[in-house]
Write a protein that binds this ligand. Structure first.
Ligand code: C2E
Ligand code: CA
Ligand code: CA
Ligand code: CA
Length: 282
């Protein structure tokens, strides 16, 4: 057993060291990326799945590294969170996304796309100036607060009094708050009463399971979240819809809003614009 343990360690160690080195390197490269404008945003449409109209879009950050190519956010967001770089990075995302929505409104009207969703990390919510920053971005871009949906996770919300006050101030401002990856956290329903939540985003993992005959558990969660939203007068959004069957099922459960590769992948702004003029024409 000892030999096996040692062998396992010997196999594991270099990879571990690599990971540490990689994180450090990725961190400093990310710092440069912000300065060198290697970051950009993709937009994934959110549709009204009953009418088929585009209702909004989620801004998703992309990093085109000069050597590594496209680095997925799942790789660098956690690094950015640990180093604190998420604060300037998140500020850039917020402003860029709001500026983009304002441009679309000017060009295609607010009926073509109403709102923009921006992911906000726990660390950003803990910044003392966050509410003022959001207010400044809204006033600079001329957007009304209801056009902005901030996506936060359950774990970042349950972070003490200061974060709760921040969320309340944002809500007071008129910004909408979405609980991202809903159902995956230590979801306590009391959270929904303690925080000014407007939108529940059902996590993809539950959508994956709803057409799988064996998986009654995930099906039950998906249905329960739609009901919960209805009773609490919240919006329910299903994310990660990949098939027509999932879409039909979610619609039947009462979901009004949906997002996923089956409907549209995250797109560059010009492809978003094409989609908007298309939907506007039909
Ligand atoms: P998320 O907020 O849960 O975003 C949804 C992720 O699911 C996105 O991956 C999106 O491209 C992907 N997705 C959407 N529809 C489908 C589908 O039908 N099938 C599959 N397989 N995937 C789908 P992405 O863009 O790689 O982002 C991953 C995560 O990175 C996000 O998860 C979010 O937690 C984080 N992230 C991305 N952009 C930002 C940002 O600007 N700020 C912060 N704080 N986090 C971000
Ligand atoms: Ca999100
Ligand atoms: Ca999500
Ligand atoms: Ca997710």
């Amino acid at each position: 057993a000892k030999a096996a343990g040692k062998a396992a360690w010997a196999r594991f160690e270099p990879r571990m060291r690599n990971e540490v080195v990689n994180h450090a390197r990725l961190g400093s490269e990310l710092h440069n990326a912000i300065i060198r404008h290697e970051l950009f945003l993709a937009y994934q449409p959110v549709f009204d799945i009953v009418t088929g109209a585009m209702s909004g879009a989620e801004a998703l950050v992309r990093w085109k590294h000069p050597v590594r190519g496209n680095v997925p956010p799942g790789d660098f967001i956690p690094v950015a969170e640990r180093s604190g770089l998420i604060v300037p990075l998140g500020s850039w995302v917020l402003r860029e996304a709001c500026e983009q929505l304002a441009k679309w409104h000017a060009e295609y009207g607010s009926a073509a796309i109403r709102s923009i969703n921006v992911n906000v990390a726990a660390r950003q919510l803990r910044e003392a100036g966050f509410v003022d920053e959001v207010a400044a971005v809204l006033s600079d871009t001329g957007l009304i607060p209801a056009n902005l949906v901030l996506e936060v996770t359950e774990s970042s919300v349950i972070d003490g009094r200061q974060v709760r006050e921040t969320l309340e101030a944002l809500h007071e401002l008129g910004v909408r708050l979405a609980l991202d990856d809903f159902g995956t956290g230590q979801s306590s329903l009391s959270l929904l009463r303690a925080f000014p939540v407007d939108v529940l985003k059902l996590d993809k993992s539950f959508v994956d399971g709803i057409c799988d005959g064996e998986d009654r558990g995930r099906l039950a969660v998906a249905a329960a979240v739609a009901q919960l939203a209805e009773y609490l007068d919240l919006y329910a959004v299903a994310e990660g819809i990949e098939t027509a069957a999932q879409l039909d099922r979610l619609r039947a459960m009462g979901y009004r809003l949906g997002q996923g590769y089956y409907l549209a992948k995250p797109l560059p702004p010009d492809e978003m614009a094409a989609l908007m003029t298309q939907t506007a024409r039909t």
